[in-house]
Design a protein around this ligand. Structure first.
Ligand SMILES: Cc1ncc(COP(=O)(O)O)c(C=O)c1O
Length: 385
């Protein structure tokens, strides 16, 4: 018998569809177009790879301090202080894969029966990790009409006396919404008034095309109650390297570090060296990737306007569209139909919380040619339904 808590945890919807796609490719399906992965299609910039190879050659292959090598903790804290205005020190930085950071943060903050406010739709992992920790979910219902952005008003409608933690994610997966500074300030005021911790997932912070990114932890009174999560996967095209961070006030950092010592021990040593180069080295590749993502956003959004069945606000960041569709079919069946008939992989909206049904997630982290071909196939399939 497995533990009862496992009944609360679904398999990741996004990883599930990605696994189906790679199986079909292995089986020889050649014309597959994948809009399913939340993963830049660019190679990791060469300077970063070189830094890793050099450290391997230098035999930097042993355990590191659990919280990370000092130069990477410093690079992360310098960058968050100077660019994001977060009043952190090196000692507040825990180097760990971002997903692992979410898992550990929920374990460290949430007791049985505590409530966790989570945007709905959301990416899936916040919900699963909060439940694993014994938490109950307060869904903060987002609306397509206001660009899927989490507002203070909507947060207030969802929290109760038992709410202990609020999750925000800007820019967001799966909607590409970017919270305005005034909404972030409103959420901060609520967190202070109701004595809540905030988990702020900012992994897409460098991919904002309209508006600007604000770190909630930079606002007065917020550092002490916020865990800021970030990482290398999306900004530097480093998904397979499994490297990110959590930045937390000392009393929470201490607990996260304890969990790290008892789970993964430390992030991979030579990968951490590459992380230093990513942050401190030239940023030209990052700028070029951002420019290309913005061009793709404009292209795919224009193409979507030619598909009458699909509708969503223009995303301001990240690399996803989350359109609703007007057909009487579940999102899972629609995704299966697109995969089977059109060889186009999208993620069913049902993977992204109760409000996700009736939507599909389309990741445009793929080439312009694939975007044009894939959206053409989706258009044809939907018009025949
Ligand atoms: C919002 C969000 N946070 C965190 C992650 C996880 O990042 P990593 O793969 O670097 O652990 C993802 C990945 O898709 C994400 O979309």
């Amino acid at each position: 018998m497995v533990a009862r808590r496992m009944g609360n945890v679904p398999e990741s919807g996004t990883v599930k569809i990605a696994n189906v796609v790679s199986k079909l490719k292995q089986e020889g399906v050649k014309d597959m177009i994948s809009f399913s992965m939340g993963e830049p299609d660019f190679p990791t910039p060469d300077n970063i790879t070189e830094a890793c190879v050099t450290s391997l050659r230098d035999h930097f292959t042993y355990y590191t301090p659990s919280a990370g090598i000092p130069e990477l903790r410093k690079a992360i804290s310098d960058s968050l202080r100077s660019r994001n205005g977060i009043p952190c020190k090196d000692q507040n930085v825990l180097v760990t894969p971002t997903k692992q950071a979410i898992f550990m943060t929920m374990l460290a903050l949430v007791d049985d029966g505590d409530e966790v406010a989570i945007p709905d739709p959301e990416w899936g992992t916040f919900d699963a990790c909060a439940r694993l920790a014994g938490g109950k979910i307060n869904y903060v219902k987002l609306s397509q009409d206001d660009g899927f952005t989490l507002t203070p008003e909507r947060l207030m409608e969802s929290i109760t006396k038992k709410t202990k933690v609020v999750v925000i994610n800007t820019p967001s997966n799966p909607c590409g919404a970017v919270m305005s500074k005034s909404d972030i300030k409103g959420v901060a005021d609520i967190a202070i008034d109701h004595d809540l911790n905030v988990i702020s997932d900012e992994i897409y912070e460098k991919l904002v095309f309209d508006g600007e990114h604000t770190s909630i932890s930079s606002l007065d009174g917020m550092f002490e109650r916020t865990i800021t999560l970030g990482g290398f996967s999306k900004t530097y095209a480093m998904t397979g390297w499994r490297l990110g961070w959590a930045v937390a006030p000392a009393h929470i950092f201490k607990e996260l570090n304890k969990l790290q010592t008892q789970s993964i021990t430390c992030a991979t040593s030579f990968v951490q060296k590459a992380g230093v180069e990513a942050i401190d080295g030239p940023q030209t590749a990052v700028e070029a990737m951002k420019k290309e993502f913005k061009a793709r956003r404009d292209l795919i959004y224009d193409l979507m306007q030619e598909i009458p069945s699909l509708n969503c606000p223009r995303p301001k960041g990240a690399f996803y569209l989350f359109p609703s569709y007007d057909k009487k079919i579940s999102s899972e069946d629609l995704a299966a139909m697109l995969l089977e008939k059109a060889h186009v992989a999208v993620t069913p909206g049902s993977a992204f919380g109760p409000s996700g049904e009736g939507h599909i997630r389309i990741s445009y982290a793929t080439s312009r040619n694939d975007i044009i071909e894939g959206m053409g196939r989706i258009k044809k399939s939907l018009s025949s339904l």
